[in-house]
Design a protein around this ligand. Structure first.
Ligand code: SF4
Ligand code: SF4
Length: 376
């Protein structure tokens, strides 16, 4: 399997990393079989987290590491933000993974501004991880961020992380454009390695998985980490990557136009609908909707399976308060629409702009909004 350099770490990482989240759904025997198969086929990056099944995923990876530690790079993650707590968390990970060191250790799900200060303060998580690095328990310090590109940029500016992990896929690029436009360039400035997660947008892109993998690996990233729960899916991914060629601009445009998941609901942020006579910044409203629920709820139920999947994924990331606050600050919000219809014929993606604006206003002014179901 092709390997790429991970920024300043100098580590050579296979372009497909094996994520540990889905291992919690498997029996010990099946998990071990998948991990061994991945390593046998040339993969070398295993990743887990303390939070995946409260150590369940790490224990499964650990069974393989007993015999194959030298064959791979191993990463894990902690949700702790304080020195004492993260060091305890690390000890637990090392024990469950049956290793005395990790190649990369992530501060997990670092999504909020206030956490930047918390991890950087005396006795914060970073002080703890520097101590762990001195002791040889970890080699490199990293963070993952799932929901807030602007916080990720601040993190990269505030501390010399060795790597970061961020969601990159052709669906969420329209909800969180900052991943590609701001976070990757900021990481490149300091040669911080970029690891991509969520290439399939948490499963939403299952119909188009080849295009999804190809899209993400065409970005300037070291590898894409994907979970799998069957050997046949894993083989499918690896076989496909053997002859996958990078996308060019034309390929990307075609994907944005035709991807069924984007369809006639997700705003492509082209700006062609402007100007609105009432002064509504239409794409800005839809961008906040993207931050809010990834533009997953369009108000209709066409296919119950698809509806259930979207309903499960729409608040995957949390942080709904940020777009609600930003919506309050708009000079003119979606409720100013007079339904004149001027914008409709300008949108080549045929978005139902008027109806969508009504939904946006409802979502972003909800005083008792749905809560985050899951944070990973
Ligand atoms: S329909 Fe609404 S959003 Fe579109 S141009 Fe008219 S006022 Fe603006
Ligand atoms: S023209 Fe359509 S896709 Fe483009 S910004 Fe406006 S609403 Fe979004």
């Amino acid at each position: 399997m092709e390997r790429r350099n991970l920024g300043k770490t100098g580590m050579e990482v296979s372009i497909l990393g094996l994520g540990g989240f889905h291992l919690v759904e498997l029996s010990q025997r099946d998990a071990v079989s998948i991990i061994n198969h991945y390593l046998d086929r040339g993969g070398n990056y295993l990743e887990a987290a303390e939070g995946y099944g409260n150590g369940n995923s790490e224990k499964k990876v650990g069974q393989v590491l007993k015999a194959r530690r030298k064959d791979c790079l191993v990463a894990s993650k902690s949700m702790e933000r304080k020195k004492k707590d993260i060091l305890l968390s690390l000890e637990g990970s090392l024990r469950r993974l049956h290793t005395d060191y990790l190649d990369i250790y992530f501060i997990h799900c670092l999504n909020r501004y206030e956490e930047i200060e918390e991890i950087s303060a005396p006795s914060g998580a970073l002080e703890g991880l520097e101590k762990a690095r001195e002791q040889g328990k970890i080699k490199y310090i990293a963070f993952s961020n799932h929901a807030t590109p602007e916080v990720a940029v601040r993190l990269l500016q505030n501390y010399h992380f060795d790597a970061c992990m961020i969601p990159l896929n052709y669906y969420d690029r329209f909800n969180f454009p900052g991943w590609e436009k701001a976070v990757i360039p900021e990481a490149q400035k300091s040669n911080t390695g970029v690891i991509a997660m969520k290439p399939f947008a948490d499963g939403l892109l299952w119909r188009n998985w080849q295009a999804a993998l190809r899209y993400t690996l065409s970005l300037p990233v070291t590898c894409v980490v994907a979970g799998t729960n069957t050997l046949s899916y894993l083989d499918g991914d690896i076989n496909y990557l053997q002859h996958c060629i990078p996308m060019n601009d034309e390929d990307r445009e075609e994907l944005y136009r035709n991807a069924p998941e984007l369809g006639t609901y997700v705003c492509r942020q082209c700006g062609d609908c402007l100007p609105c006579p009432e002064g509504i910044d239409i794409p800005a409203c839809f961008l906040l909707e993207g931050e809010w629920d990834r533009q997953m709820k369009d108000g209709s139920i066409r296919d119950p399976g698809e509806y259930a999947l979207r309903d499960r994924l729409r608040f995957w990331f949390g942080n709904q308060d940020y777009p609600q606050e930003a919506y309050k600050r708009l000079a003119v919000n979606a409720s100013a629409c007079t339904e004149c219809g001027v914008c409709l014929h300008r949108c080549t993606y045929n978005l139902p702009i008027i109806e969508k604006l009504k939904l946006v206003h409802e979502k972003l002014t909800d005083t008792n909004p749905p809560v985050c179901i899951r944070i990973f």
